[in-house]
Design a protein around this ligand. Structure first.
Ligand code: BMA
Length: 339
């Protein structure tokens, strides 16, 4: 009897193994409000990019003590510590000229666009009519050219692809609808006029971890096999919501076409700084950098809407995991599995 019980519980231990794709940095959280050179409430959800000199730039969402957010640049040679933080807010809402920024600017995603020799920043502009998507261009993260609202409310979680697809710019974003919050992609000849809107990834339904509300997290990662997207799924519980991360891969030439989607989440709030804070149980990456080896990915994520944390992964391992833990998303399979 004893041996049967022992065998069963050890089986269960083996079954309960899951692969760790992202490893948290030992000194997490790497940045928080107490590091800031001026008075703030919290610092989280940062866009990220590796500058030509190899250093890391984070464009951090900073929430002030009124509850409104602006963006502030932090730079570091190793991307981990010794951050040089701008002494005053870098990108502040300008509600006089851009009324959509009345209640702040949030959650920036940075894309370097070689054709423009500029960075495109897609961010949430919080208007009286709800949160929408705005775009700005910058060469140096000191001065910015605003293009205004490109997706009207309620829409967020947006990033520009780094190059044109069949001659058109492509923007991934997440409009809210009464039937759920799904990921869409839209196209533009000039970054200002957007159309040809296509559904890219649907929230699942029922008890799934990514039921009803999903959104892209950082900009997609270009790999030889396709655009690899880390997306968040929001699981509503009776007491709150849990923000977890999953993976999906999209066709390089037809990015609205999902090739594989992971079934389970691959990163979730576990550490104390992710589970507790202004908003509990949130991991929310808006940016990453890729190391010179072309494979190591440094994921910068907001933790519990209270700090910025760092986790390391391998792009190759993410793709291998997706092959082992994912399914094709063609419409027949999807209908069968998501009913
Ligand atoms: C989302 C976004 C994020 C935030 C998250 C958890 O809807 O607004 O800015 O981190 O909720 O509060």
């Amino acid at each position: 009897m004893m041996s049967v019980l022992t065998a069963k519980s050890s089986d269960r231990a083996v079954l309960n193994q899951h692969e760790t794709l992202f490893h948290r940095h030992a000194t997490n959280p790497i940045l928080s409000g107490k590091d800031w050179p001026y008075s703030v409430n919290s610092v989280f959800n940062a866009g990220a990019t590796r500058l030509p000199d190899g250093s890391t730039l984070l464009l951090c969402r900073v929430e002030d003590r009124r509850g409104l957010s602006h963006l502030c640049v932090a730079r570091s040679v190793n991307g981990v510590d010794e951050w040089q933080i701008d002494s005053a807010p870098t990108f502040v809402p300008d509600a006089e000229k851009y009324p959509e920024e009345l209640w702040g600017v949030e959650d920036p995603r940075i894309t370097y666009v070689p054709e423009l020799k500029q960075y495109a920043v897609a961010y949430t502009s919080y208007s009286r009519g709800g949160p929408g998507v705005s775009l700005a261009l910058t060469k140096d993260f000191r001065t910015f050219e605003r293009l205004g609202v490109v997706m009207s409310p309620d829409d967020k979680d947006a990033a520009l692809l780094p190059k044109r697809i069949n001659g058109l710019w492509a923007l991934i974003h997440r409009p809210m609808t009464p039937l759920g919050a799904h990921i869409w992609i839209s196209f533009s000849p000039d970054l200002r006029h957007w159309g040809n809107h296509k559904l890219m990834l649907e929230a699942r339904r029922g008890a799934w971890w990514d039921a009803n509300k999903i959104g892209m997290s950082p900009p997609p990662i270009e790999t030889p096999r396709g655009w690899l997207m880390i997306y968040h799924g929001v699981r509503r519980t009776p007491s709150s919501s849990i923000y977890r991360l999953g993976l999906a891969l999209f066709d390089l030439e037809q990015p609205e076409k999902c090739l594989v989607r992971g079934d389970s989440w691959m990163f979730a709030p576990e550490a104390e700084y992710e589970r507790h804070g202004d908003v509990q149980d949130v991991v929310f990456p808006c940016g990453y950098t890729v190391a010179p080896d072309g494979d190591t990915i440094n994921l910068y994520y907001g933790a519990a809407d209270s700090s910025i944390a760092l986790a390391y992964g391998s792009i190759r391992s993410l793709l291998t995991w997706l092959d082992a833990n994912g399914h094709s998303e063609n419409s027949h399979d999807r209908r069968q599995r998501h009913k």
